[in-house]
Ligand binder design. Structure first.
Ligand code: URA
Length: 188
């Protein structure tokens, strides 16, 4: 039932974009919904969220939580890869999604959430945090590791796993947040 609903929902993405898109994947009955920003090159190539460099770090964090990917549903706010052409190399480089791109895909995300009906939503970084909470003034720096609520569903924001690549100091913060999340998940 949920699977068919999701398939119908994802079929609608083709009407929104001509770019290749990456849908959510995972256990449709999962209690935990993880939301990233947008797919990168590898995700588009393999058609799955978080299968590139950020995905490797995510897997390390899931190990700490003692959670398998099969226990989760993972998706992104924006379902296409936002890119810009590097003038020097002519290659595609990732860029953050624009507000327009976020607005185009946010309805799909909200419908995904309604279908999955998770017990907890984990936004990874600013883009999913702001989209879920419908508040562009929020920052992950202020909200990470805090238990929020949206429409009565618990929301626990974490830094985007890729943030730890650029800022090793965040690892400790991340571990503290994961510790807290582990306890929360144990009680849902
Ligand atoms: N970063 C994201 O936010 N999502 C992905 O799927 C991959 C990297």
């Amino acid at each position: 039932m949920k699977k068919e609903k999701l398939e119908k929902l994802y079929d609608r993405i083709a009407q929104l974009t001509e770019e290749p898109y990456v849908t959510g994947v995972g256990n449709v009955d999962a209690k935990i919904l993880l939301i990233g920003e947008a797919p990168g090159a590898r995700e588009v190539k393999l058609g799955e969220p978080f299968v590139g460099q950020a995905g490797k770090i995510l897997d390390e964090f899931l190990d700490i939580l003692e959670i398998q990917r099969e226990d989760l549903f993972i998706t992104n706010v924006v379902k296409i890869r936002p890119f810009k052409i590097n003038k020097r190399t002519g290659k595609k480089n990732n860029r953050p999604p624009t507000q327009d791109e976020i607005d185009i895909f946010s309805n799909i995300l909200f419908e995904e959430i309604n279908i999955i009906c998770p017990k907890i939503i984990i936004p990874l970084g600013n883009t999913p945090l702001r989209c879920i909470m419908n508040d562009n003034t929020l920052t992950i720096g202020n909200m990470h590791g805090k238990l929020l609520k949206k429409d009565n569903v618990p929301v626990f924001p974490l830094y985007h796993p890729a943030a730890t690549i650029h800022n090793q100091n965040l690892k400790g913060t991340y571990l503290t947040d994961l510790d807290k999340l582990k306890q929360i998940i144990g009680n849902i």
